[in-house]
Design a protein around this ligand. Sequence first.
Ligand SMILES: [Fe+2]
Ligand SMILES: [Fe+2]
Length: 476
Amino acid sequence: MIEPTSYRSHRGLPTLAGLATITEASRPGLGVEACVARLKRYHYAFVRLHEILTARITAEPIYELKTGFSLHSYLCAEHVQALRTRVGEMREPPLGLEAVPAEPLAIFFDEVLAAPTTGELLVALYEKAIPALDAALARHMADTNPLADAPSVRICRFARLELGDMLAFGTKSIACLVDTPTRAAMQPWLALLDDCLAAVGGLDGTAGPSDKIIERWHSAKPYVYDRVPRRDERWQDLYNQGVNAESFIYKEEYAAKPKTLMMLYKRLREIDVPEMMASIIFETRGKPWGYYRDMSRQLWDEARHAMMGEVGFVALGVDWTQARITHNWSLRLNTECTPLERHAVLYFIEQGLMTRTGKRYEWELGAESGIPLIQTIQDYDWADEVLHAQLGREWYIPQVGNWKEALDYGDKCWSRVLSNWETVKAQGLTQHENWWPGIYLQACRNWGETPDPKVLEFTETYQGQRADLKSVMTSA
Ligand SMILES: [Fe+2]
Ligand SMILES: [Fe+2]
């Protein structure tokens, strides 16, 4: 008989494909049923986190949080997908995945969703929900058999890697935004969140459930999604449509270099796409998970495009807050169109980006400008747009009909949103101030170049123009 402790691998090679020692793999660990019960709770947590992070993008004014939530909601969507796949491999039809594992757990996430302030939202997400999920995944890895359940362990490890990044972002953000008195004031509510988790035996249900009675607080009234986009104080004059960036970019008489500034402006203006897509994702229910994953990927890409614009401006030494970055597009689509109409408009615009004057042209301008960073930005922006056109084919077109019908529908929806150039001016919301010279002069100073008077004189606005790609004010 071989003593387990005297067992040796061949020439001391790592055992079990490097997953674990024989001793570690000799512990029975979790059975399939117990394992699936836990996986379903992680899945539920990631679904709810995805929902919450998506819901809070549009009306969150702080740009760094808006973009952070965009990334984190996408990461959660990916982990949901991985967990669904894993549960489906465990003699379990993935059907049971839509069920709520336990009511107090639902209340926990309902409360986070309904957090009345950014500070409460941050603390609830990054000090309560995500640490609880991360701890559950760590426990899974410790409790399960590392060999028998290796595919689940792999999913837990990958998820923890990204949860760790999310926690680092959240912790730093809280340190910047939440002071001691604010935190003290939220203690009773944070205690409710703890009670919710205790009532279900912890997020993974491994502890004995407490018999605490849970009473809803912020979620006592049903949550209402706020579809009005908001921006922080760096984003001024939100209705300004005073500089027609596309018109400038397409005019042959101007050099590529000043055109890069308009492209960076267009990139940064794309922050309106996450604001708008979040509303589609949140308000469209009952789709296969692939829909939410893909839409969240696109939402994140658009947030990334905006940040590429930010990086470009900073790299060129330009203070982008001197430009006027409107929220007109996301505001109007979110408040005047249905989710499907918004999707139709998005697809219609993105189809326009696939033409000769679209993303390829912008990339060529980047190359021609002699600024390598701009070329990189446009290269990836173009690649992402090709992906988005594919995602539109997969998820949007089948909802409407064939390609032609889907495109016509987008055109029709968008033409219904009439130009508000005169209206917002008459209402005193903006004077459509021409911000272009301020941006161009900054760049010239940093380039050590004399401004081109013709470029400086550019004064075309969006007045009288439908905001689509023909006469153009394109986002996405
Ligand atoms: Fe984009
Ligand atoms: Fe896009």
